[in-house]
Unconditional design. Structure first.
Length: 318
C-alpha cells in the first residue's frame, strides 16, 4: 500500500517518529502541501493522511486510486466526507488523543486572564517591583474562580474534562450541547441553551465541532448577552466566531476579555480584525500540541490504517 502524508510537520516536527505508520506500507511524508500540489503528490496513493490540507470533491475526483483517508486530528471538516462516502472511501479521524491536553490549555488561557503571570514577571524583570517599594504589587485585577460559573458549549470529551477542572476550582458548571447525554456526577451542574450559557456564565469555553450550521454563531447578538466581566475562550475552531463582531465587542468593553487558540484562516492573516482587539490573547493553534497528545495521535493513526488494511476500518466519520 502506498501512503502519502500531505502535511506531517506539525504532528512530527522531529520528536514524534512515524515508525508505527511506516511499518504498514510505503510512506511518503511532506511537511506541508500547497493547494496546487495536492493532486500531484497524492496521485497513485492508496491511503492519504492529512491534518489541515483540504480534500475537496474536485480533488477526490482526481484521485482514482484513493481507498482510505485518515485525518490526523479529531476535526475532519477539511475533507468532503459526503463525496468520499459516495466514492466508497472511508474517512477516519482520531477522536481521543487531546482531551486532557486541550482542557489543560483552556485553563492555561483562563488562569493567564486571572493572574497575568507572564506580564507581572516581565514587570519584575524590568525593575518595577524594586521601584514600588512594597513587598508586593500587581497592576491588573486578580480574579478568583471559586464560586464563578463556567459555561461550556459542546459537552463532549473535552468539554466534560473542562467541566471537571472547573468543578475542581470550585466553579459552578453549565453546559449546552445538541446531544446532552448523561449529566456529570458532580454538582452544581445544569444544562442550558446556548443563549443562556452566554448570559449566565462568567467564563464561556467553546468545545464544539464546526458544522455548516454553526459557522459564526458567536456573533454580535450572542456576545451582547455576556456579562461585562465575562471571559470567552475558544480552543475549538476559529470559524465558530464572527471575528469582526468579537473584535468590536472587546473594543466596546461588552465583555472583559477573550482568548483564542484558533482563527478562521490559519495561519492568521494581517487583515484579521482580532489583531486590532484589546483584552485579547491569540495563540497559534497550539492547544493540542503536547508530546503526549501527539504521541497518542500517531499511535491511533497507525491503528486506523492497520484496521483498514484488515478490512475492518475504525473511527470512521462518514
Amino acid at each position: 500500500m502506498k501512503m502519502v502524508c500531505l502535511d506531517g510537520f506539525t504532528l512530527n516536527p522531529g520528536d514524534n517518529p512515524w515508525t508505527d505508520v511506516e511499518a504498514l506500507g510505503e510512506l511518503v511524508v511532506y511537511d506541508r502541501t500547497q493547494p496546487e500540489d495536492i493532486v500531484e503528490r497524492a496521485k497513485g496513493a492508496d491511503i492519504v493522511l492529512t491534518n489541515k490540507t483540504p480534500l475537496s470533491a474536485d480533488t477526490l475526483a482526481q484521485l482514482p486510486d484513493l481507498k482510505f483517508i485518515t485525518v490526523l486530528a479529531t476535526g475532519f471538516n477539511i475533507v468532503d466526507t459526503k463525496t468520499a462516502r459516495e466514492r466508497g472511501i472511508p474517512v477516519s479521524n482520531v477522536p481521543i488523543y487531546g482531551t486532557d491536553t486541550v482542557a489543560q490549555y483552556a485553563f492555561a488561557l483562563l488562569l493567564d486572564h486571572c493572574h497575568k503571570v507572564a506580564h507581572h514577571s516581565d514587570r519584575v524583570m524590568d525593575g518595577e517591583w524594586a521601584r514600588r517599594g512594597d513587598f508586593c504589587f500587581w497592576d491588573s485585577t486578580l480574579i478568583e474562580l471559586a464560586g464563578m460559573t463556567m459555561g461550556i458549549v459542546g459537552f463532549g470529551r473535552i468539554g466534560r474534562r473542562v467541566g471537571e477542572l472547573a468543578h475542581a476550582f470550585g466553579m459552578h458548571v453549565i453546559a449546552a450541547d445538541v446531544m446532552q447525554g448523561n449529566p456529570p456526577d458532580y454538582t452544581p451542574f445544569a444544562w442550558r441553551e446556548i443563549d443562556q450559557v452566554f448570559a449566565e456564565a462568567d467564563v464561556v469555553s467553546l468545545h464544539c465541532p464546526q458544522t455548516a450550521d454553526n459557522v459564526g454563531f458567536v456573533n454580535r447578538e450572542l456576545l451582547r448577552r455576556m456579562k461585562a466581566s465575562a471571559f470567552l475562550i475558544n480552543t475549538s475552531r476559529g470559524a465558530l466566531i464572527n471575528e469582526q463582531d468579537l473584535a468590536d465587542a472587546l473594543n466596546a468593553d461588552v465583555l472583559a476579555g477573550a482568548a483564542v487558540d484558533v482563527v478562521s484562516k490559519e495561519p492568521i492573516e494581517a487583515s484579521n480584525p482580532l489583531l486590532q482587539a484589546k483584552n485579547l490573547r491569540i495563540t497559534p493553534h497550539m492547544a493540542w500540541g503536547t508530546v503526549a497528545a501527539r504521541t497518542r495521535l500517531m499511535g491511533t493513526t497507525a491503528e486506523n490504517i492497520a484496521a483498514f488494511l484488515k478490512g475492518e476500518p475504525i473511527n470512521v466519520v462518514n
